[in-house]
Design a protein around this ligand. Structure first.
Ligand code: SF4
Ligand code: SF4
Length: 179
């Protein structure tokens, strides 16, 4: 193509762009949508009665290629129960200066305690505040949940929790159980 032809082709691209409606994201006033399966901030989930799903096993921390997770488990006791079974995650931290959003940690979690949300607004102006603890990661209590520590549902075993047989008001009858 001649130099004049090149120039006309170039101006053609410019001219077409001038006719397009501008795409302007009004961020942060109107944060844009993300894909439904976007890997954003993590969440530590609860059972329907409020007990925590995390059992402090550290599998997520071992699976993390960026060494971004720190877990310190502790024993549940009869008086102080935070999760079904023997152990709970006493300390749980994710360092978002390291996290690459790969999701390997949530794949490793045996109780589906750890999932990822669509929240991507995690910028800050200092390093310390980008290490999230349970105060930021734990799912909020809903109106029908009871804040731990508290006992497991009457007549239930830890297996009932893992199998999804627990409702906010106690152990579900077999016909009501969901997985
Ligand atoms: S998403 Fe990946 S990098 Fe981030 S904490 Fe999980 S395993 Fe580590
Ligand atoms: S989030 Fe899951 S994998 Fe990580 S310590 Fe808790 S139970 Fe284990």
């Amino acid at each position: 193509m001649s130099k004049v032809g090149d120039a006309l082709a170039g101006f053609g691209v410019t001219f077409k762009a001038m006719l397009h409606k501008p795409i302007t994201e009004q961020y942060p006033e109107k944060p844009g949508p993300v894909a439904p399966r976007y890997h954003g901030r993590h969440q530590l989930n609860r059972y329907a009665d409020g007990l925590e799903k995390c059992i402090g096993c550290e599998l997520c921390a071992w699976a993390c290629p960026a060494d971004a997770i720190f877990v310190e488990g502790a024993d549940n006791t009869a008086e102080q129960r935070f999760s079904p079974g023997e152990r709970y995650g006493r300390v749980y931290q994710i360092n978002y200066l390291r996290c690459i959003g790969c999701g390997l940690c949530i794949e490793a979690c045996p109780t589906r305690a750890l999932t990822m949300t669509n929240d991507y607004e995690m910028a800050d102006d200092n390093r310390a505040d980008l290490i999230y603890g349970k105060d930021k990661l734990l799912a909020p209590l809903t109106a029908d949940m009871t804040a731990p520590p508290h006992a497991m549902a009457e007549g239930s075993t830890d297996e009932d929790y893992y199998r999804g047989n627990i409702r906010a008001d106690g152990l579900a009858r077999p016909s009501e159980a969901t997985r």
